[in-house]
Design a protein around this ligand. Structure first.
Ligand code: ADP
Length: 278
């Protein structure tokens, strides 16, 4: 693989104006909510991401695909600075609405750029209600009526309300894995994020729950910017508007999902989507 084949970063150091004027190849269709430029990520001496320049389109779904270990999760974690919590370091720039994420308070950034993980992780000692309300309470909201309103709205948005409305006081662990994952999505939505990052959100779920989560992702994009990591190409094709293909820490190709899956421009992309490796 030649790095010359990857998306070329802009040649200017003025990140904001450069990203508006010169989106990388493949980004022409959608305005960006988050903009990553020349991102390099490290775990000690391991160089996990190499010069990744990629836009996250606003109120659309970006799928990040590629074989295991190619840096998909690392890139996702760079977007809300969870990478540094995981013990890594990063060079390059990532902006949110044009503001450098390095200059945003990390707690505030993670409220605005929420994350849903592979394994559903409800707070084990909390009820269904308290799981959704936890972030709001953490941010100082204690008005019961207001909390009830938001919890109901988020459980509805997560397509879970009808299944749990009569058992809100039951443990968040008492429901099925698929329901727990939708509970985690409701919990993420409760603090009113602008971007939702999803790291293989359906890979631990049965096919029915996977279909519900995919449907949900499709609906959420009218209000939220979504980036999803998946090793499931069919899933990427079903839920996303844009797809980025990563390989060994590099962004190989990005473009509209339909185009990327039908007429990939890079040989590595074609080899991967046709199952020649991965
Ligand atoms: P993917 O999500 O595509 O499977 P990752 O982003 O998890 O890939 O990993 C990218 C690279 O970073 C891999 O080489 C992986 O071994 C390494 N890596 C990931 N997490 C850690 C960590 N916590 N400590 C050290 N190396 C890590």
């Amino acid at each position: 693989m030649g790095s010359s084949e990857t998306v070329s970063p802009p040649q200017t150091t003025d990140m904001e104006s450069s990203t508006e004027k010169q989106p990388p190849e493949g980004h022409e269709s959608f305005p960006a909510k988050m903009v990553a430029r020349e991102v390099n990520a490290f775990f000690g001496k391991t160089h996990a991401l190499h010069n990744v320049s990629l836009d996250v389109p606003e109120k659309h779904v970006l799928a990040i695909i590629g074989p295991s270990g190619c840096g998909k999760s690392t890139f996702l974690r760079c977007l809300n600075r969870m990478h540094e919590v995981a013990g890594g370091s990063m060079k390059g720039t990532i902006t949110l609405d044009g503001q450098d994420t390095a200059s945003i308070d990390a707690v505030d950034l993670r409220r605005r750029v929420g994350m849903v993980f592979q394994k559903p992780n409800p707070f084990p000692t909390m009820s269904i209600f308290d799981n959704v309300a936890a972030g709001l309470r953490f941010n100082g909201m204690h008005n019961r009526k207001k909390l009830e309103e938001i919890v109901e709205r988020c459980l509805r948005q997560a397509a879970l309300w009808d299944e749990v409305k009569d058992s809100l006081n039951k443990s968040g662990m008492s429901i099925s894995g698929g329901q727990q994952q939708r509970l985690c999505i409701a919990r993420t939505l409760a603090v009113n994020p602008e971007v939702v990052l999803m790291d293989e959100p359906a890979s631990a779920l049965d096919p029915l729950s996977t279909a519900k989560v995919e449907e949900l992702i499709y609906e959420l994009k009218s209000n939220y910017t979504i980036a999803i990591v998946t090793h499931n190409m069919q899933q990427a094709a079903r839920v996303s508007d844009m797809t980025a293909f990563f390989y060994i820490g590099e962004l190989i190709e990005v473009g509209e999902t339909k185009r990327l899956f039908t007429t990939p421009q890079k040989k590595q992309t074609e080899d991967y989507i046709t199952g020649r490796f991965g």
